[in-house]
Ligand binder design. Structure first.
Ligand SMILES: Cc1cc2nc3c(=O)[nH]c(=O)nc-3n(C[C@H](O)[C@H](O)[C@H](O)COP(=O)(O)O)c2cc1C
Length: 170
């Protein structure tokens, strides 16, 4: 699939089939995250692969929607500020941006494999820390189920380019 088709194919999938995700597909998706650009190439993120079977109740503590645990896998992308590039001018830490770009690669790579994802930020960070056993300095950045879609995409609603893009200055 070319890039323009891919970015239009991806959508937020909120119903999943229970079918397994093939290991080679999962590997290509994780590789896509590995290849993502990160500030100063610090790769200040980690991905936790969570099989959902038998962990439904625990995972529901993180995000309560039924469809969150319908897919066979959930991926958690975590930011690691202690490894990240920090901008000297103001101390800004790139870890969450690194993790976010990795997640963007994941959702697009999954779409290319015919798999569904839904970027989730409205999770309970305390429950995520607890369930995933995160060290205190690691930040849960984003979750997504990973599995075969059981719904169909709605037409995309987006602001027009004329609203989103300014030329020269704000
Ligand atoms: C940073 C971020 C956080 C999001 N958090 C949630 C979420 O917690 N729950 C949810 O159902 N969708 C979430 N989404 C999905 C968005 O609602 C969705 O991407 C947007 O409405 C556009 O629809 P589309 O992905 O189908 O093109 C999130 C997306 C992003 C990028």
């Amino acid at each position: 699939m070319n890039f323009q088709a891919l970015i239009r194919t991806r959508y937020s999938v909120r119903a999943y089939k229970p079918d397994a995700v093939e290991e080679d597909k999962l590997t290509r998706i994780l590789e896509a995250a590995r290849i993502a650009p990160t500030a100063a190439n610090r790769q200040a993120f980690r991905i936790i692969v969570l099989p959902t079977k038998g962990r439904e109740a625990e995972l529901h503590r993180i995000y309560g929607r039924d469809w969150f645990v319908q897919a066979p896998l959930v991926l958690a992308v975590c930011a690691v500020p202690s490894e990240a590039w920090v901008r000297k001018a103001d101390g800004w830490n790139a870890a969450e941006v690194d993790a976010t770009i990795a997640m963007a690669h994941i959702v697009l790579a999954a779409a290319e494999e015919g798999l569904g994802t839904c970027w989730i930020a409205a999770f309970d960070p305390g429950a995520a820390r607890d369930v995933l056993g995160l060290p205190p300095d690691v930040i849960p950045a984003a979750f997504t189920p990973l599995g075969y879609p059981a719904d169909t995409p709605a037409p995309k609603k987006r602001r027009p380019l004329t609203e989103l893009v300014r030329r020269g200055r704000w």
